[in-house]
Design a protein around this ligand. Structure first.
Ligand SMILES: C[S@@+](CC[C@H](N)C(=O)[O-])C[C@H]1O[C@@H](n2cnc3c(N)ncnc32)[C@H](O)[C@@H]1O
Length: 279
């Protein structure tokens, strides 16, 4: 464990690319965790993304907290750790008897002689990573955002819809976090219950189908006839042929008995969960 601690003290800085903890002893608590550095209001922290069932949890920690956390996680929860930093790559394997074996491969990158300016550039890059995480950028027109009036045809975000633009981008970060969980060998079936005006449904479709080229079939369901008609018209105009909207009630929906992902956001009045969503 001491070796692991030293490794973590070396790599838990802005040069860390990613840590993945896997091979869970208790999958019901977490199947996997990913850790990456992020700058939040100028402060470097380490963001843990933990995967439990179909849920994803984010938490931020200081380097010191994260060091203890990873040591405990490898002692109690996970049997494997992969560490990728600018200067090295390492793997930790924990045997059934709890013995930890650490293998470290140096990338040959040296920090010696690094100028303050280049340190500054790295920090800026890290900070930009958060901005880059904003998958849809202002200034670049996206067909559905223009169609929904969030952007003007030249890509400017309309003042009244800036919060919506931010919400859409934040939402896409959640989709990005679960993309690895979605099947790759068949059509991914997604249902959005209570899709409303469907800003987020269009965003999800655009991200998964247009940007990530995933084979998807998305259904948006809502009680409101006029909203559904409008959404279908827009989907057709945009050529989003794997996106359909249906009028219906969540509690009596029988459109499919299989779903890979069920989204239901702010649809507070639905009364009971359909049995198949418990799968
Ligand atoms: C506040 S909007 C949320 C829209 C969208 N999910 C979002 O987060 O931007 C809630 C929507 O849920 C729909 N809704 C509420 N109860 C529903 C039900 N039982 N079946 C279908 N749609 C429902 C409403 O008609 C409304 O359009």
């Amino acid at each position: 464990m001491e070796e692991l601690k030293i490794l973590l003290q070396t790599i838990l800085n802005k040069d860390l690319q990613q840590i993945i903890l896997s091979n869970s002893r208790h999958p019901e608590q977490a199947q996997k965790a990913k850790i990456r550095p992020v700058l939040i209001r100028g402060e470097l922290v380490f963001q843990e993304t933990a995967y439990r069932g179909t849920q994803v949890f984010h938490e931020n920690f200081t380097a010191e907290q994260m060091t203890d956390r990873i040591c405990t996680a490898l002692a109690e929860q996970f049997r494997q750790g992969e560490f990728t930093a600018k200067s090295l790559q390492a793997t930790a394997l924990v045997s059934k008897k709890g013995k930890l074996t650490l293998k470290v491969k140096n990338n040959g990158a040296s920090k010696a002689g690094k100028s303050t300016a280049s340190e500054q550039e790295d920090l800026q890059a890290l900070s930009h990573n958060r901005t880059k995480h904003y998958i849809l950028e202002e200034g670049k027109p996206v067909d559905f955002l223009v169609g929904l009036g969030v952007q003007t045809p030249d890509g400017r975000v309309t003042k009244a819809r800036f919060d919506k633009f931010r919400q859409i981008n934040r939402y896409l970060e959640f989709i990005e976090d679960v993309i690895d969980e979605l099947p790759t060998d068949r059509t991914i079936r997604i249902i959005d219950f209570g899709c409303g005006k469907s800003y987020l449904t269009f965003a999800m479709y655009y991200y998964l189908h247009e940007l990530q080229r995933r084979d998807i079939q998305v259904t948006g369901l809502d009680l409101k006839t006029d909203v559904i008609r409008h959404c279908n018209e827009l989907a057709e105009r945009l050529g989003y042929d794997r996106l359909k909207f249906e009028r219906g009630d969540i509690s009596t929906y029988e459109g499919t008995d299989v779903a890979d992902m069920v989204v239901t956001l702010h649809a507070c009045t639905w009364r009971r969960i359909m049995p198949w969503t418990k799968r």
